[in-house]
Design a protein. Structure first.
Length: 259
């Protein structure tokens, strides 16, 4: 029987804007094949089962999915580490926020959450993972049983991600502390810089596996999907090829990578 989704969350979007017929694109199947490589941007930080770096060598579900896209195009992939950033140009967050895509890479494969705002600036593929935002906090706080119980706490989250609006949905008496990325958020939590964190569920579950003393709110703040990212001007034929690969491979890769 076909699996419903990661974490059992059945959730879909119809967010991607259409490209007008005849729209000129520097990102097409022909252009990539003529260049001879598929240039794939990956966040330069680990992201649970989706992305891991061993020095300069990446692995994970996102990496394997990008390899499948490259194989369908008939070219090898080249993986380029790019910072998530704080919304500046040249960073993943900056591109999602509206900065020009540039000419350094053809696709982003880094656990990017689909949102309506981002869909107006980039093109998202079919989703390949179904996730949500989770709230983790230090143990010994049995009185915290609901969202309304979170008051007067220092809440850390990765800046310029969908963790930020989720954190802002907590009661306003909390102190919100944006951090550079997920790794910085975990460090702040472990070192006592924050006593609560809001983080994507794959990262949260991996952290809980290694830190069983950590408490977790038994409720997702959001339900989200990850998708591959292409320039808004990418050719519809390239978009269709990427969608086809995602639909063919997502369950196989989920079975392989996610326990």
């Amino acid at each position: 029987m076909k699996r419903a989704c990661f974490l059992g969350i059945c959730f879909s979007f119809l967010l991607c804007p259409s490209i007008p017929p005849g729209f000129a694109s520097g990102y097409s199947i022909a252009a990539i094949q003529e260049r001879g490589v598929l240039r794939v941007a990956l966040e330069n930080d680990d992201w649970a089962y989706f992305l891991r770096w061993n020095q300069d060598t990446p692995s994970g579900l996102c990496v394997d999915l990008a390899r499948e896209v490259a194989e369908a195009l008939g070219v090898p992939p080249v993986f380029l580490p790019v910072s998530w950033g704080g919304g500046e140009g040249g960073s993943i967050a900056g591109i999602l926020g509206g900065f020009p895509w540039g000419t350094s890479f053809d696709m982003i494969a880094s656990a990017v959450t689909v949102t309506p705002e981002r869909s107006a600036r980039v093109h998202f593929s079919e989703p390949y993972a179904f996730v949500g935002q989770m709230v983790l906090f230090h143990g010994g706080n049995a009185q915290i049983l609901s969202l309304e119980s979170f008051r007067g706490r220092r809440v850390g989250f990765p800046q310029d991600t969908t963790s930020e609006p989720a954190a802002r949905s907590l009661p306003s008496s909390n102190t919100l502390i944006p951090l550079e990325n997920a790794s910085a958020t975990f460090r702040a939590f472990e070192e006592g810089g924050v006593d609560t964190m809001v983080i994507d569920s794959p990262l949260a579950l991996l952290f809980l596996k290694d830190h069983p003393e950590t408490e977790v709110l038994d409720k997702l703040l959001t339900r989200e999907v990850y998708a591959l990212v292409l320039p808004l001007s990418s050719d519809p034929e390239l978009q269709d090829l990427v969608d086809r690969v995602v639909l063919e491979q997502r369950e196989l890769l989920e079975d392989h990578w996610i326990p």
